[in-house]
Structures are given as structure tokens and as C-alpha cells.
Ligand binder design. Structure first.
Ligand SMILES: [Fe+2]
Length: 321
């Protein structure tokens, strides 16, 4: 839904959606709504926007920063300013508008495409991409429309998502040069060749070309294994609407954990290889990974969970000591 067919003086289109307006210049994304305005540095904004678009608004709240973000209601999505910021709320400056998911998806995807220059890859680590700044300079549609891995059963199963190799365009990342690439031996009984499957998850992750992008590699009913490789800073502050389990598979991530609704600090968690954490359903979190690391995010996709937590029928933590 472009307001202007002509780009602004920096070469970028301006977008409106309800009472929200979005504009970019050489350094910033400017967001305006009925009773406020905000800006974010454009590289951070595009990294957050990329995840929101690619994940279909994900679970719960995707905060682009402490002010702007989206909340998924699985069919509709809230676009908000200051909704999860105690000070905006107290001052009566928060604003929320609800959209049908396909409309917000379409506008965000168009904005991401228009505002991403040829040199910039919003999914890549800062060391592995060029600059997001400056006037409009080409496009990078290939980077922003990457295939999202969503296995129906498991990576490597017949007809399902494929494993990664040099041949299919996934070389080993520079930070994972020491990760073994051996494939497991599988010896199924005759007739079970399509049923018994295994792959080397570490080798698979060592060839990930993106950061902070949980991919579904195995599915057992509502239980989804969503491993990801992380480097630099999680581009969104994720507000949970259910418990998420984290298993640190390699290296180290520092997590800032805050109250989901107010943003008040709750914990700082340093996870080293082998550490396991359950992130509660009432928090939001942002991770910092000093070098590329492997993280297994274990999601429970049961659709009834958000209501159970929101109504207090389930405690926000999976275990109480
Ligand atoms: Fe989360």
C-alpha cells in the first residue's frame, strides 16, 4: 500500500498502513503514528523486518526495539508503538492497530524489498554483508526471499527438506571450519529405507548462510526442533507467548531477559555449549553471540498455548523448584 508512486529524494518509497507511516532516508527508518513518531537505524530496522516477514510474525511479540513491533494473533497481527513499553503506556502514548495477516505481510515484504540495497543482506552477520546505508542503490531480492526451511517430518527424509552441501550452494561457514562433516551410517531393514533416516545436525548448521533464523528441521506433532546459527545480536527482542527451550549446541550466547509487558530487566543468562534453558512464557529476550554459535530452539506449536498462559491456567515456567 504505497502512498506515493514516486520515491522520496533518497530514492525510497514511503508506506502507510492504517495510521502508521514508514519512511526511510540514508541512515534511518522513520515511523509515525497518530500521536507519536520514532526512528531506528536502518540496518537494525531491516534485520528485524526481514525476520518478521520471513517468520510470518513468529510466535508472540516481535519487538523491533523498545517501541515498535508486532504481536501475532495467528490470523490477525497487531502493529504497535509503545505497547510493551511501561513509560509509553503510563504516558498514554502507546498505539496499536490490528491488521489481517496477509495485508501486513504484503506491506512489510514490499517495504523490505524497496528499502534493501544491493550490497546489504539483512540475514547475514555484519562481517558477511555490505552496507545498508546511503541513497537507493539497487535491490537484493535473492537475499530477502531465501527459502525458509520448514521440514514436514525431518531434514533428509524422502521428499522433505534436503541436507546442505557445497554442491547445493551451502559452503561451510568460516567460524565452523572445525565441524566434522561425516554423515551417520544408516542400515535400515529392507522395506524401511524411507522410514529410517539420519543426518549430521552439526554439519547441517555449519553450512547455514543466515543468522538468527530458526528453521524447522524436525517435527513430531506440535514439537518442533528449530536450530539456528547466531552471530552478533538477535535483531528482534522476542516476546514469548509460550515457553521456549534453548539448548546451546556450541560456543556461547549472552541473553538479556526482560519482563514481556514492561521491558523491566529480569535476568542476564550466559549460555555455554551444553547449557539448557527454558525461557518463560511471560518474558522477552535478546541474544548476543560474540562468535557464530549453534543454538537449538525447541518450540511447542500447540495453538491452545497462548490462551492457556494468558489466562493464567498454565504457569509461565515449565518447572518450579
Ligand atoms: Fe523467544
Amino acid at each position: 500500500m504505497k502512498t506515493e508512486n514516486r520515491p522520496n529524494r533518497h530514492g525510497y518509497h514511503t508506506f502507510t498502513l492504517g495510521a502508521f507511516g514508514f519512511e526511510r532516508d540514508e541512515y534511518f527508518a522513520h515511523v509515525a503514528w497518530t500521536n507519536g513518531r520514532h526512528l531506528m537505524q536502518i540496518d537494525a530496522f531491516l534485520r528485524a523486518l526481514q525476520r518478521d516477514v520471513a517468520w510470518g510474525f513468529f510466535y508472540g511479540v516481535v519487538n523491533f526495539d523498545g517501541v515498535i513491533g508486532t504481536m501475532n494473533h495467528y490470523g490477525t497481527v497487531d502493529l504497535f508503538a509503545g505497547r510493551f513499553n511501561a513509560h509509553y503506556r503510563k504516558a498514554g502514548l502507546d498505539y496499536v492497530e490490528t491488521f489481517e495477516t496477509p495485508l501486513l505481510q504484503r506491506v512489510f515484504a514490499a517495504m523490505l524489498e524497496d528499502w534493501t540495497n544491493a550490497a546489504f543482506d539483512p540475514f547475514a552477520s555484519p562481517e558477511e554483508t555490505g552496507s545498508a546505508f546511503g541513497p537507493k542503490n539497487g535491490a537484493n531480492k535473492r537475499a530477502i526471499t531465501r527459502h525458509r526451511v520448514t521440514a514436514r517430518r525431518m531434514v533428509g527424509c524422502p521428499g522433505d527438506e534436503t541436507t546442505r552441501s557445497d554442491e547445493n550452494g551451502f559452503p561451510i561457514n568460516r567460524h565452523f571450519a572445525d565441524v566434522g562433516q561425516e554423515a551417520p551410517d544408516v542400515e535400515p531393514e529392507p522395506g524401511f529405507e524411507n522410514e529410517v533416516v539420519a543426518f549430521n545436525l552439526f554439519a547441517y548448521l555449519s553450512r547455514s548462510d543466515v543468522t538468527w533464523n530458526p528453521s524447522v528441521v524436525s517435527v513430531c506433532k506440535a514439537s518442533l526442533y528449530c536450530p539456528t546459527t547466531e552471530e552478533y545480536i538477535l535483531p528482534v527482542i522476542h516476546g514469548n507467548d509460550r515457553v521456549e527451550w534453548f539448548v546451546q549446541l556450541s560456543d556461547e550466547i549472552h541473553w538479556e531477559v526482560e519482563d514481556r509487558d514492561s521491558g523491566a530487566p529480569r535476568a542476564r543468562v550466559v549460555m555455554k555449549a551444553g547449557d539448557v534453558a527454558a525461557m518463560p512464557a511471560d518474558i522477552r529476550h535478546r541474544g548476543f553471540s560474540p562468535k557464530r554459535s549453534m543454538l537449538l530452539v525447541w518450540e511447542n506449536a500447540s495453538p491452545e498455548l497462548p490462551d492457556l498462559y494468558a489466562s493464567g491456567k498454565m504457569p509461565p515456567v515449565p518447572v518450579e523448584f
